[in-house]
Design a protein around this ligand. Structure first.
Ligand code: PMP
Length: 396
C-alpha cells in the first residue's frame, strides 16, 4: 500500500491527464469539515475562500450531507419533459426570497448568465431592439464564448475569436458613461452589485438606483449577476437588497448547491414570458438532487446572515488595522464577508505564504487578496488568519 506522501506524489504526477487550465497550488485536498479542509498528508487549512463562495454553509454541513443522501436514495435525475418535486419547490422558494416571479435552472454561473442574455434578447426583440448587452469594466460573467464576451478582459478572450457580437462595456459606477452608451439597440444592462473577480468593487448606493431608473425609462432589462455576491455572502440573501432596488433578472450559482452544481436565473413574469416551451433548456438543469440540496442551502444560509454581518464587521476592523500598519496596503474593501485587500504589488506570493501558514486565500486582479470565508466563521478563525497575515506582511 502506498503511504500518503507517495499517494500525494502519484496524484500530482497523474494530474497530467487533466487538461491544465488552472494555475494550481500543489496540494491534494481530500476532506472538508466546517471551516477546515485537509490535504492528503493530514495537514489542515482554514478555508477563507469557500471554493470561491460555494461552501457558504461550511464544508460537508451535516444537513447538506443528509439532504444529498436522502434525495440520492429517492430520485437523482429525471428528464425535464417531466415535473419533479424539488425543482418546483426550489423555484417557489427562489421566487419568495427574491420578489421576482419565475425561475429557470441550469448548472453553472456562466450558464445562468447565458440564459439571462438569451432571455433579455428574446424579450426585447418585441420592442424592436437589436439585442445589445452592456456590461461593466472589471466584470466577470463566466467562461463560455458569450460570457467571455460579456467579460471585458483581454486575458479571457485572447485566441477565441470570432466572439459573439452585440456587447458593449462601460466603467463601473459611472452613470453618465452608461447613459452615453445606451441606444435604441440596448436590450439589457448586466451588473454584479459587488464585482468579485474584478477585485471586490462595491456598487455605489446611488448608482444602482440611477441604473434602475434608466432601465425603467428606456425599457431596458436590468440583470444582476449575483453568482458570487448572492446567497448570504454580503450579509443579506441578495447583494441588491443593500440598495433598495430590484432587477428584472437575477443569476445565481455557486453557493446555491453548496458544492452540487446548479445555476439559476430568476426573472420577472413579463420578461420570463418570452421563454416558451422549446426556447431554452439543458439536460441536468433543475434535477432533483441539485434542487433538493439548494433548498437546504438557502434555509441554512438564511440562519447565517446575522453571523455574516457581525463577523464581517469584526474582520473588516481587523484588516483596517493592517491597512494602517503597512504602506503597501492600498485599500480594504468589504461588504459582509466579501472582502478584498488591495496591495501595491502582485499578491501571489502572499497567497503561497498564507497557504504554508494553513490558510486558503487567493489573489484576484493581480493585486487584490480576496477573502470569502464560510458564513459560519467565528472570531478565532479571523484572529488566527489576520495574525498570520500580519506575520507574512512583516517579512516583506
Ligand atoms: N458570474 C460571476 C460574478 C462569477 O464570479 C462567476 C465565477 N467566478 C461566474 C459568473 C461564472 O460562474 P461559473 O464558474 O459557475 O460558470
Amino acid at each position: 500500500m502506498l503511504s500518503n506522501q507517495e499517494m500525494d506524489n502519484v496524484i500530482l504526477e497523474e494530474s497530467k491527464y487533466v487538461i491544465n487550465t488552472y494555475g494550481r497550488v500543489p496540494a491534494v485536498l481530500v476532506k472538508g469539515d466546517g471551516m477546515n479542509v485537509y490535504d492528503i498528508n493530514g495537514n489542515s487549512y482554514v478555508d477563507f475562500l469557500s471554493g470561491i463562495s460555494v461552501n457558504n454553509v461550511g464544508h460537508c454541513h451535516p444537513k447538506i450531507v443528509e439532504t444529498i443522501k436522502k434525495q440520492a436514495e429517492t430520485l437523482i435525475h429525471v428528464s425535464n419533459i417531466y415535473y419533479n418535486i424539488p425543482q418546483v419547490n426550489l423555484a417557489k422558494k427562489l421566487v419568495n426570497i427574491s420578489g421576482l416571479d419565475k425561475a429557470f435552472f441550469c448548472n453553472s454561473g456562466a450558464e445562468a448568465n447565458e440564459a439571462a442574455i438569451k432571455l433579455s434578447r428574446k424579450y426585447s426583440k418585441a420592442f424592436g431592439k437589436e439585442g445589445e448587452i452592456i456590461t461593466m469594466e472589471h466584470a466577470f460573467h463566466g467562461r463560455t464564448l458569450t460570457t467571455i464576451t460579456a467579460t471585458p478582459k483581454p486575458k479571457y478572450q485572447e485566441g477565441y475569436d470570432p466572439l459573439p457580437t452585440g456587447f458593449k462595456h462601460v466603467p463601473f459606477n459611472d452613470i453618465e458613461k452608461l447613459k452615453e452608451s445606451i441606444s435604441n439597440k440596448t436590450a439589457a444592462i448586466m451588473i454584479e452589485p459587488v464585482q468579485g473577480e474584478g477585485g471586490i468593487h462595491i456598487a455605489d448606493q446611488e448608482y444602482l438606483k440611477a441604473v434602475r431608473e434608466l432601465c425603467d425609462d428606456k425599457n431596458i432589462v436590468l440583470i444582476f449577476d449575483e453568482v458570487q455576491c448572492g446567497l448570504g455572502r454580503t450579509g443579506k440573501m441578495f447583494a441588491f437588497e443593500h440598495y433598495g432596488v430590484k432587477p428584472d433578472i437575477i443569476t445565481l450559482a455557486k453557493a446555491l448547491g453548496s458544492g452540487i452544481p446548479i445555476g439559476a436565473m430568476i426573472a420577472k413574469d413579463e420578461v420570463s414570458n418570452a421563454f416558451t416551451p422549446g426556447s431554452h433548456g439543458t439536460t441536468f438543469g433543475g434535477n432533483p438532487l441539485a434542487c433538493a440540496t439548494a433548498i437546504t442551502s438557502i434555509n441554512l444560509i438564511s440562519e447565517l446572515l446575522n453571523n455574516t454581518n457581525e463577523m464581517g464587521v469584526y474582520f473588516t476592523d481587523k484588516l483596517k488595522k493592517i491597512e494602517e500598519k503597512y504602506d503597501f496596503v492600498r485599500e480594504v474593501r468589504s461588504i459582509g464577508l466579501m472582502t478584498g485587500l488591495e496591495l501595491s504589488f502582485n499578491g501571489s506570493n502572499i497567497v503561497q505564504e498564507m497557504f504554508k501558514q494553513g490558510y486558503l486565500i487567493n489573489c484576484t486582479s493581480d493585486t487584490v487578496l480576496r477573502f470569502l470565508p464560510p458564513l459560519i466563521i467565528q472570531k478565532e478563525h479571523i484572529d488566527g488568519m489576520v495574525s498570520s497575515l500580519d506575520d507574512v506582511f512583516s517579512k516583506i
